[in-house]
Design a protein around this ligand. Structure first.
Ligand code: SF4
Ligand code: SF4
Length: 297
């Protein structure tokens, strides 16, 4: 359960399910932003922290810094619990076997990553775009992607599996089998680190790092993320912008954004955007882990 507080308590004062706290002692916010105290109650622990709230009319993309802070704090609760039980995290910089997994991003993250690529200097941008193209050609060649399907609407396919969860597992396994590095990986370093997807922020393990290279996942003990922020953002996009509540495979993010970016430029009140995300976090926390995502077609 997440409760949240802000400098604008009157706006939500008729919502009895929430607890408010003024944030007068918070750090000076960046220009164009206010700050909001979030009270997090999760896995039996309470935490209070500050997130940036964009002022005035803003887009869902402007809420990504707040969403990253939310998911980082939720993961910190889970990681601290693992450590207290004698299971410290194995992840370290330069360790990148996990950057060969299928990564699913929300529409807002897909757009943000497309913007990140567009902001790169021309030569570097061309190299990154070529890695995206190369990865897609590879997955088309083995049938996980269909070349002839409309770009921006297509997803990754798995026909094996009796139900959604099994198809997700099969697709994830076949994807990892190919050992195609994420297009953002250069010299075992993520060049999009500050803007890396929520899934990347939520993935860490307590098992030996070398086990992460096992294709069948044997010996890998991932920390279960208390919240999956990508589906949370996808559902917020549906509620606020009327978008399809889906996630997008990272390697399709650039072609997806070319066709679908329009609604993500719609502006809403920044506090309303944060409120929607927090409400969707509450829903996600209560959901069964395997029913949180729906990117397999
Ligand atoms: S998940 Fe595994 S491969 Fe990725 S950083 Fe952690 S230990 Fe390294
Ligand atoms: S975005 Fe960065 S952290 Fe995530 S899979 Fe790609 S290289 Fe790894």
């Amino acid at each position: 359960m997440i409760h949240y507080g802000s400098r604008h308590p009157a706006q939500f004062s008729n919502n009895p399910g929430r607890r408010w706290a003024m944030s007068s002692d918070s750090d000076t916010p960046q220009p164009g932003y206010d700050t909001c105290n979030i009270h997090l109650r999760m896995l039996g622990e309470d935490r209070t922290f500050t997130v940036p709230v964009p002022l005035g009319k803003r887009t869902l993309l402007d809420l990504l810094p707040a969403a990253r802070e939310l998911t980082g704090q939720a993961m910190a609760v889970a990681v601290d619990q693992e450590a207290r039980q004698g299971r410290p995290i194995s992840c370290a910089s330069g360790c990148s076997a996990c950057c060969r997994h299928l990564v699913a991003v929300s529409p807002a993250e897909a757009q943000d990553l497309a913007d990140f690529v567009a902001e790169l200097p021309a030569e570097r941008q061309a190299a990154v775009r070529e890695r995206f193209a190369e990865a897609k050609r590879k997955f088309e060649s083995i049938g996980l992607l269909v070349a002839g399907e409309t770009h921006g609407e297509r997803g990754m396919h798995s026909s094996q599996g009796a139900n959604h969860s099994e198809r997700v597992r099969t697709l994830s396994y076949r994807y990892f089998q190919e050992q195609i590095a994420c297009p953002f990986l250069e010299n075992d370093t993520c060049i999009a680190y500050e803007r890396r997807p929520m899934v990347c922020r939520e993935h860490c393990v307590t098992s030996p790092a070398e086990n992460c290279a096992h294709l069948d996942g044997s010996g890998v003990r991932p920390v279960t993320p208390p919240i999956d922020m990508a589906p949370v953002l996808a559902r917020a996009g549906k509620r606020l912008l009327g978008m399809k509540a889906q996630t997008v495979p990272l390697i399709l993010a650039l072609e997806w954004s070319e066709r679908n970016c329009g609604p993500l430029r719609q502006e809403h009140d920044g506090v309303e955007l944060l409120q929607t995300i927090v409400e969707e976090c509450d829903r996600n926390y209560d959901q069964d882990f395997e029913s949180r995502s729906d990117y397999v077609k």
